[in-house]
Design a binder for this molecule. Structure first.
Ligand SMILES: O=P(O)(O)OC[C@H]1O[C@H](O)[C@H](O)[C@@H](O)[C@@H]1O
Length: 447
């Protein structure tokens, strides 16, 4: 199996060999701590062996449910926020045609998303779009109590029942939630929806290899078997028994912590492929929620190049030297487009004639890397052979494993997110949710 590859050569001017060596033991210890299950947040380690623990029966059940939705829906709405939609969207976008939504004839249902904002216009426009369409719903919420997806589900469930009738709607709704708690579980049981369970031991941002990610990805027509196989391969390649210099997850965690300690406080995940935009978003949640606590943590930022070279490029080249980049580089395009020759050559592009567009992109990538390293920006590179399920699966596990190791090196619990509750409490108080009477009084006094 070809694999993704981490290259840290272009950090050597910024992190000396001695400093990196000093992180070897810390990274290995952190990796062992994860596997012994005795570190902080150890009740959330279910993701660690997810790829190898998914059974054939579970995969078949997911594929069968996906087939029902594929056979009966033109559009499937995936309702969820944060970890309950970013992984699915990252993989689906990476594998779909860039103009998928505009295809007139399609093999697979169009996947659209809801419950990841509270925007009235978005919901109005979505409901208008779904009018008279055969649509289905995958409602995903681990807690089953998150406001954004609950609100979207209430609206879309009602619309589906009105359009299809209650009995038919029931067949087109699938809920993915905790096995016992939460309003979504209660609702699904009461209404008799097909359900899948998110285990307590898997946090939202680590859940893409559970039905949370796998079901929408299968509905979109992609191979969840290959995705899992890729992740499983990396489960083996990132284990605590793999020596530090051959263990990509340990190395990545060590280098980024060494850079952080040297004052590089922001990591920018970079792609040169627009289909990876949502992979950036998935990665931002994974690292942001895992590490940003106790007044510590690298700030995870992201850009799409070359697009953002024309907007953020200036800052990256010459702004405050507190950043480093991790470039996800897709080695081979899935399609071939060559630059045509033009007799008049008025645009002056004949020097590129005959070259593939990807060669131009690769030179932009190389030129950018050299310029940024020369400009004081350490550069890590993750090479992905192609945009295929197998390599996306490898990359998902790689980043998850590295995140766990990195969080332990940093000395925080990488599996909780206590800070996210603060805005929710204020919002509930302002909306006068029952039970928040005291908080309502207190917050109104601040206005
Ligand atoms: O799946 P849910 O319980 O609805 O949670 C969805 C998301 O919302 C939260 O506020 C958390 O910060 C995220 O970690 C989580 O992924």
């Amino acid at each position: 199996m070809k694999t993704i590859k981490l290259n840290i050569d272009k950090t050597s001017n910024f992190v000396s060999k001695d400093v990196l060596d000093s992180y070897e033991k810390r990274a290995n210890d952190a990796n062992s701590l994860l596997h012994e299950g005795i570190g902080l947040g150890n009740d959330f380690l279910g993701w660690l062996h997810l790829p190898s623990s998914i059974s054939e029966a579970e995969i078949e059940e997911l594929e069968a449910t996906a087939k029902t939705l594929r056979d009966n829906c033109e559009v499937v709405v995936v309702i969820g926020i944060g970890g309950s939609y970013l992984g699915a969207k990252a993989v689906i976008d990476a594998l779909s045609c860039s103009f998928d939504a505009m295809q007139a004839t399609r093999k697979n249902p169009l996947i659209v998303y809801a419950g990841h904002n509270i925007c009235e216009d978005y919901l109005f426009e979505l409901q208008s779009f779904l009018k008279n369409k055969k649509f289905g719903i995958i409602s995903i919420s681990k807690s089953g109590t998150t406001t954004e997806p609950a609100l979207a589900f209430r609206l879309l469930r009602e619309q589906l029942e009105a359009q299809q009738g209650k009995a038919s709607a029931q067949q087109l709704i699938v809920a993915v939630t905790d096995k016992a708690r939460g309003a979504l579980r209660t609702l699904a049981t009461q209404e008799g929806y097909k359900t899948f369970v998110i285990e307590d031991s898997v946090g939202g941002r680590y859940s893409v290899l559970t039905p949370v990610g796998l079901l929408p990805i299968a509905v979109a027509g992609f191979s969840i078997r290959d995705l899992i196989a890729g992740a499983m391969h990396f489960e083996n390649l990132c284990g605590p028994e793999i020596p530090f210099d051959q263990n990509p997850a340990a190395l990545y965690a060590a280098v980024r912590n060494a850079l952080y300690q040297s004052g590089k406080k922001t990591e920018i995940l970079v792609n040169f492929h627009p289909k990876l935009h949502y992979f950036n978003e998935w990665w931002k949640q994974l690292y942001g929620e895992s590490e940003g606590k106790e007044n510590k943590g690298i700030f995870p930022a992201a850009v799409d190049f070359t697009t953002d070279l024309h907007s953020m490029g200036q800052w990256i080249q010459q702004g405050e030297r507190t950043i480093f980049e991790t470039v996800v580089s897709v080695q081979q395009s899935n399609h071939e487009v060559r630059v045509p020759s033009d007799e008049a050559n008025l645009d002056g592009l004949n020097y590129l004639a005959g070259k593939r567009v990807d060669e131009v992109n690769k030179m932009a990538e190389l030129g950018t890397m050299i310029a940024h390293v020369d400009g004081g920006v350490p550069n890590l590179k993750l090479e992905l052979p192609e945009l295929k399920e197998l390599y996306l699966g490898q990359m998902i596990y790689f980043f998850e494993k590295a995140c766990g190791i990195s969080g332990y090196i940093l000395g925080i619990n990488p599996f909780d997110q206590p800070g996210v509750e603060d805005y929710k409490k204020n919002m509930f108080a302002l909306l006068e949710k029952p039970g928040y009477e005291e908080a309502t009084k207190a917050i109104k006094a601040k206005l």
